[in-house]
Design a protein around this ligand. Structure first.
Ligand code: TRP
Length: 446
């Protein structure tokens, strides 16, 4: 007898888990950095348009493939890429395997960054407890610190996914996502009351046409939206496969994208004003006319700002880095489910064995990345984000639009109603072309 597949118990549970997958370092770190680097409000406006015309369709496509196949990405893509029969199936399976490998690579570097966040959270806590030696050890980068925290974070990911979909992923998403929103709102409230925050709100929210002259604006927004919605590694596909047959994928995709975009928007309301508060205190927050982004923003500028805020400072630091750690954890569990579900269903491992194996492999890769950080880390990030995500996303569109012939609901509806016909052609033609543009631009120009 085939054992019953695990699944999400409730619609809300799915929405929180999928939003948890989407809301990650990309929202709280990546999005505000992009806003800062691309002219403030201009980026925000273009981003919103891009989410609607490209990212939501891509999310819908990835979820639909998983939902229809009720299987892991290797099996799902093999099953649905039916045209021409053998070639399509083989190609589908290969892309599925590429997704499994890509998820493992992404998990390796994502766990390293997540480990830094957790170390900084505990470092801030040590400061609040007036234990300066621990604070220093936890916030200074070192080989042992990185290794210890990768291990701690891996244990966290493993402990949740080993319990399965409804008892692990769903239960923890329900706990962590509300906590994340509370932390974010408290931090925004506190920063908003500091002198100088007003100028930051203005920079973020008042459209300035100067920003639109940036030639990279649109491609940057598309790349960010794709990453932020977790498209292209099978993370959403596997969650879609755990939805029951009657789920309305269109509606769910819109809800998840709306939540993800809301959190990214809120993160901007926190970080951009915080940069202006720091500027008001005489700290250097821009270089060559650009606001500071990336690692320097998170690990230097903001901690220094918190330190200047007296007794509340260490707690602000703690909340801030906990926020990032939680955001990372709900993303690592969805990524980890991709290789685990593959081992479980296609290789007949038990969930416990599959989890142990996957966590062990990630640990080895992460170890290599920490030890040979300089040559390997940036290359791995670039491979996954610049090649794997857009190319897999492109393939998903091709599957839905061209290769998937039997029981393709959208295709069937497109025959009857012009609204769906329009949507179908949008997914078939416009979206792949947009993605191809991102891919060519990012891979060959940047
Ligand atoms: N969306 C996540 C973030 O914003 C990162 C991410 C990209 C991801 N692709 C994924 C997470 C696939 C899970 C699955 O940080």
């Amino acid at each position: 007898m085939i054992p019953m597949r695990d699944s999400f118990r409730t619609r809300l549970g799915f929405i929180l888990a999928a939003a948890g997958s989407a809301v990650g370092l990309g929202n709280i770190w990546g999005f505000p950095t992009q806003v800062a680097n691309h002219g403030g409000a201009a980026f925000l406006m273009v981003y919103l348009v891009v989410v609607v015309i490209l990212a939501i369709p891509a999310l819908y496509t990835e979820l639909s493939i998983g939902h229809q196949a009720q299987a892991n990405p290797v099996a799902a893509l093999g099953k649905l890429a039916q045209r021409p029969h053998r070639v399509g199936a083989g190609l589908g399976k290969s892309v599925g395997l590429l997704n499994v490998g890509g998820a493992v690579l992404m998990l390796s570097f994502y766990h390293i960054i997540a480990g830094w966040m957790l170390a900084h959270a505990l470092g801030s806590l040590a400061l609040a407890m007036q234990w300066p030696e621990a604070h220093l050890a936890l916030t200074t980068s070192s080989l042992w610190r990185d290794l210890v925290f990768v291990a701690v974070f891996l244990v966290g990911t493993g402990t949740i996914v080993v319990r399965g979909v409804s008892n692990g992923i769903e239960v923890w998403s329900r706990r962590l996502m509300p906590l994340l929103v509370v932390l974010l709102v408290v931090l925004i409230g506190y920063i908003a009351m500091q002198p100088g925050a007003g100028a930051g709100f203005a920079r973020y929210l008042q459209p300035s046409f100067a920003g639109f002259s940036d030639p990279n604006l649109v491609v940057a927004a598309m790349g960010q939206a794709f990453f932020s919605l977790s498209i292209g590694l099978g993370g959403m596909m596997i969650y879609g496969s755990y939805l029951d047959r009657n789920a309305n994928i269109g509606q769910l995709a819109v809800s998840v994208a709306a939540l993800d975009t809301l959190i990214a928007f809120l993160a901007g309301l926190l970080i951009i004003p915080a940069l202006y508060v720091a500027m008001g205190q005489g700290m250097q927050v821009s270089e060559n006319g650009q606001l500071i982004g990336e690692a320097q923003l998170i690990f230097n500028v903001l901690p220094e700002l918190f330190e200047r805020m007296g007794a509340a400072g260490p707690w602000l630091g703690f909340f801030f880095f906990m926020l990032l750690s939680i955001a990372a954890l709900t993303s690592t569990i969805s990524l980890a489910e991709v290789p685990i579900a593959y081992l479980l269903e296609s290789r007949q491992h038990s969930r416990r064995r599959a989890t142990t194996l996957v966590i062990a492999v990630i640990a080895v890769f992460a170890l290599a990345l920490v030890i040979w950080f300089v040559p390997l880390f940036a290359w791995t990030v670039a491979y996954v984000t610049k090649f794997q995500l857009p190319l897999s996303g492109l393939f998903y569109f091709i599957v839905l639009g061209w290769l998937w012939s039997r029981s393709n609901k959208l295709k069937e509806k497109a025959r009857e109603q012009w609204r769906f016909r329009l949507l179908f052609w949008h997914l078939r033609l416009v979206c792949p072309l947009l993605l191809l543009w991102v891919f060519v631009d990012v891979a060959f120009a940047g």
